[in-house]
Design a protein around this ligand. Structure first.
Ligand SMILES: CC(C)(COP(=O)(O)OP(=O)(O)OC[C@H]1O[C@@H](n2cnc3c(N)ncnc32)[C@H](O)[C@@H]1OP(=O)(O)O)[C@@H](O)C(=O)NCCC(=O)NCCS
Length: 196
């Protein structure tokens, strides 16, 4: 079984981004992100209705980390910091469900629409996939998307993910059963990021 250690939390950097743990100082930004209908369109979860729900979500990420269920980073622009190790939150990315027995994880990501189309998620995804393979020793990374989510499909294909499955009416949301596409990327050093 894969061993993971998140103490201390792995703060990661890219050219423009700081990927960091989330805390009380991010409640307002988390609320702004998760109450935005555009950002939430394909997430399959209700829009947040209050700051308290944003706080609960950040707490849930901490619990998931402690219980080794998943790890979620806040995405911040390096030049807008709230303190030395944290930035203002413009999005999130993480391995939401880790399957340590099979060295596999499910990746999820979102960014506030104010920052779409600037290559930010591409930059974050590349760093997190590299971290997942090189530092966490995952063998494969999976992504589940709505077949209507063109932006998410585009970014996955750009980073070498391949479509592996199409599940009909597998996701229940608001009284409807929706289809799901499954993409995955295998840890094959030398083959990855040919297109990224
Ligand atoms: C999907 C998402 C993370 C993309 O973030 P982003 O920072 O705008 O993406 P990037 O700027 O890095 O773009 C990556 C590629 O996707 C393309 N792309 C981005 N948004 C797109 C859209 N709405 N439709 C088609 N292509 C899109 C970009 O043009 C780029 O392609 P290129 O390199 O060939 O130019 C963002 O749209 C988002 O947060 N959506 C809402 C949350 C969500 O759906 N998350 C995924 C759940 S599975």
């Amino acid at each position: 079984m894969l061993f993971v250690n998140f103490d201390p939390f792995p703060i990661l950097e890219t050219e423009r981004l700081l990927l960091h743990a989330m805390s009380e100082s991010h409640v307002e930004d988390m609320f702004k992100l998760r109450s935005n209908p555009q950002a939430m369109q394909y997430i399959g979860k209700p829009l947040l209705a209050s700051r308290n729900e944003a706080r609960d979500l950040i707490d849930a990420y901490s619990r998931n980390l402690r219980d080794k269920i998943g790890i979620t980073w806040g995405i911040a622009l390096k030049d807008i910091r709230v303190n030395e190790s944290e930035g203002a939150l413009i999005g999130t990315i993480g391995f939401h469900k880790m399957d340590l027995y099979n060295y596999r994880a499910e990746i999820g990501y979102m960014i506030h629409p104010d920052h779409w189309f600037k290559g930010i998620m591409s930059e974050a995804l590349k760093r997190i996939v590299d971290y997942g393979f090189k530092e966490m020793y995952f063998h494969s990374i999976e992504a589940k998307i709505s077949p209507e989510n063109d932006a998410s499909r585009k970014i996955l294909l750009k980073h070498g993910f391949e479509k592996e499955a199409y599940f009909k009416e597998s996701f229940h949301e608001n009284g409807r059963f929706l289809d799901t596409e499954i993409y995955s990327l295998l840890n094959k050093p030398g083959e990855r990021h040919k297109t990224a």
